[in-house]
Design a protein around this ligand. Structure first.
Ligand SMILES: [Cu+2]
Length: 329
């Protein structure tokens, strides 16, 4: 053990790990992209949704799982970054070179993520010695001063097991699967919709579309799946691009298409997938500050009653892509 890891172990033992937090009632620490293809490069974006019961997070330690190699962490503004090297269980080969050891732990410390804030910590590496169906678990611990921490280190015993503090799961997808098309891509380059998890809620295939100059409203669409066993509800949304964002329903009433705000939000029943699409449920951006152009990435925060607030990127398709009449806004 290195000196640093010894001091971390001592610190872990000494700190009071909060046990009052229970699963589902708050957002877990998660990976922004929870699915990737075997043997691909992967950017692990560790999302820290809150502090430790009111206290700011001043340190984050992430363990690099076996199967994720040649890891390079990204510096984080306001934090000092360090790494610990360790032996790989299996030899990793890249460009004809063999590696038997590398970064096994990344530490960001000395900064502050307030309890009311959200932050992301990033590392990049290569997935190897894994196959479709495998799950890699990134164990992460948030420290908040000397007397509080939250360890995200529990590995579910089965698919039905929902521990209170799950380790961050990365599912390895089958190369032919639909999931794979969304995984491992650099959003800014490919403008591909990402797969986002917020607690038990899975959000994917988000998209919006370009709006005509001067348009005051635009729709946004997404697939939302409740992977948990309690109903949740999409209750609100907001974005920097519009004065307000609402959850709408479009329905046929006495032969007339009507659009209205869902005052109580949109229920996502356990095990169900709800598609927000043109002509049905949709997210409505109202009072657009400027036109949305094809290829833009529009960030919308979606708020779920149980899963909490999650930021989702909506890539914009071309103007007029599957039409929807917003004339009654
Ligand atoms: Cu609408």
């Amino acid at each position: 053990m290195t000196n640093t890891s010894k001091s971390i172990a001592a610190l872990s033992a000494a700190v009071f790990t909060l046990a009052v937090l229970t699963g589902g009632a708050f957002a877990h620490a998660t990976l922004e992209t929870p699915v990737a293809q075997a043997d691909s490069y992967y950017k692990a974006v560790v999302r820290v949704p809150h502090g430790c019961d009111g206290k700011a997070t001043d340190k984050l330690v992430v363990e690099v799982p076996e199967g994720f190699y040649n890891v390079k962490p990204m510096a984080h503004h306001g934090f000092k970054m360090s790494v610990e090297q360790g032996a790989y269980e299996q030899t990793f080969t890249a460009h004809g070179k063999e590696y038997n050891a590398g970064v096994k732990r990344v530490i960001w410390e000395g900064g502050a993520v307030e309890d009311w804030a959200y932050d992301e910590f990033v590392m990049r590496g290569k997935l190897a010695h894994v196959e479709a169906g495998d799950t890699l678990y990134f164990k992460a611990t948030q420290y908040c001063g000397d007397d509080a921490s939250v360890a995200w280190d529990q590995i579910p015993a089965s698919a039905d097991d929902h521990p209170a503090h799950p380790a961050l799961a990365l599912k390895i997808a089958d190369s032919g699967s639909d999931d794979q098309a969304h995984a491992g891509h650099d959003m800014s380059k490919d403008k591909m919709a990402e797969v986002v998890m917020a607690g038990d809620i899975k959000i994917e295939k988000a998209w919006t579309r370009a709006t005509p100059q001067g348009a005051k409203a635009g729709g946004a669409f997404v697939l939302v799946t409740n992977t948990g066993d309690a109903a949740d509800r999409l209750i609100a949304a907001s974005s920097d691009v519009a004065a307000k964002v609402e959850i709408h329903e479009m329905s046929m009433n006495d032969g007339v298409m009507k659009m209205q705000q869902l005052e109580k939000g949109l229920e996502i029943a356990p095990g169900e997938t709800v598609e927000l699409k043109p002509g049905g449920f949709h997210i409505m951006m109202m009072g657009l500050h400027k036109a949305i152009a094809e290829g833009d990435l529009v960030t919308i925060s979606l708020e779920f009653e149980k899963a909490g607030v999650v930021e989702v990127m909506f890539p914009a398709a071309q103007l007029g892509a599957p039409t929807m009449d917003h004339s009654n806004h």
